[in-house]
Design a binder for this molecule. Structure first.
Ligand SMILES: *Cc1c(COP(=O)(O)O)cnc(C)c1O
Length: 360
């Protein structure tokens, strides 16, 4: 069977070159006679893999020396609890910017641990825009301000970094990780699940400023204490070895692409093809205000639920899979992460044009 164009929001497409390389190395990793899947995480050869992944994160994301890069498990959702457990430790107050469902879930989880407040929200208009904040929106004694950079479900993205003054800033970058450069020095913590843009599921990368470690609440589960993972070089227990290996291959692929500036230029060009069509189409409409549109997740609707369903069915049959929108938005969503080639989006737009012609 030919490979389809997979527009899944996650787990999502991986670069074909990466899958091929992993297949080549599957039975015998670089002459060691066994697979990465079968490897001891305490072996020299695995150490070189995790070190390689670490160094590529540092290089590509331009991580300053006073930050630790951790490979942890439990998905982004587990970090919703780990963040307050590690950082809600002085005033016990935290400020959340609610720009979508994932930020809201993080907020709900954090509420278990302290005086956690919504500082800004775009829920009034179904999260179709990004709230604009200023320093005055946050309580000055808050332990941190939290937001989600790219809203996977609603297709909005922050094009500014919230100004929080001296308050540490925590950010979930799951669905825009390594899609463009980020100034890590502006953040206390940046973290993201790997399965959107970086690797298969099973891995979260946490980039945390070193001086913030070591103040987790006493009852914090050991596995959620970032200092434990920092001190152990992310080898406190068995890490998701194969996913870390895949992450290394993807990061090598991004490096070969020319790094994050190049990746961003590619993503801008790719997203523009679909947005330009949505803006010109009489049938399909984007659901997000133009200035806050995501480069990664592009929701769109026809305005007619039956027509949406027909489109999803016919596009799937034509080899464009996982275009059905999230249940809370309806319609369609095309997730066009790094690994989606330009040709995939061009082919989708051609298909949409034909569908529009045939159904109007
Ligand atoms: C997918 C996603 C999550 C949840 O990730 P899990 O690994 O399933 O817990 C959290 N935040 C964002 C922005 C996401 O896109």
């Amino acid at each position: 069977m030919a490979r389809v164009y997979n527009f899944s929001a996650g787990p999502s497409m991986l670069p074909e070159a990466v899958l091929k390389k992993a297949a080549e190395e599957m039975l015998d990793y670089q002459g060691c006679g066994h697979s990465v899947m079968e490897m001891s995480h305490r072996s020299k050869v695995f150490q070189s893999i995790i070190d390689g992944a670490h160094d590529l994160v540092k290089e590509l994301y331009n991580v300053p020396d006073n930050y630790k890069i951790l490979f942890v498990q439990g998905g982004a959702s587990t970090q919703f609890a780990a963040i307050p457990l590690n950082f809600l430790n002085k005033s016990g107050k935290a400020e959340y910017i609610i720009s979508g469902r994932w930020a809201k879930m993080a907020y709900k989880e954090a509420q278990k641990y302290g005086d956690v407040r919504i500082a800004a929200s775009s829920e009034d208009k179904m999260f179709s825009y990004i709230p604009k904040t200023t320093r005055e929106d946050f309580r000055p004694d808050a332990d941190y301000v939290y937001y989600c950079m790219n809203n996977t479900i609603y297709g909005t993205t922050f094009k500014y970094i919230p100004d929080t003054g001296d308050i540490p800033l925590v950010c979930d970058v799951s669905s825009c990780f390594f899609s463009e450069p980020v100034d890590v020095s502006k953040f206390a913590v940046v973290y993201g699940g790997a399965q959107k843009n970086v690797a298969p599921a099973g891995l979260v990368i946490v980039i945390v400023r070193e001086d913030l470690l070591g103040n987790a609440r006493e009852y914090t589960p050991t596995m959620l204490d970032y200092k434990v993972h920092a001190d152990a070089g992310s080898l406190y227990n068995t890490p998701p070895c194969f996913t870390i290996y895949m992450c290394k291959l993807v990061l090598e692929w991004i490096k070969g692409f020319g790094g994050l500036e190049e990746m961003k230029a590619h993503n801008v060009k790719k997203a523009k093809i679909l947005y330009d069509y949505l803006d010109s189409s009489k049938m399909f409409k984007g659901t997000v205000v133009p200035e806050d549109r995501s480069l990664m997740n592009i929701p769109f609707v026809t305005g007619d639920a039956d027509l949406d369903a027909k489109f999803v069915k016919e596009s799937t049959e034509a080899g464009f899979i996982n275009l059905k929108g999230h249940k809370t938005v309806g319609g369609m969503r095309a997730s066009v992460y790094n690994a989606m080639p330009i040709e995939g989006v061009e082919a989708l737009v051609e298909f949409m044009k034909k569908f529009e012609e045939a159904n109007s």
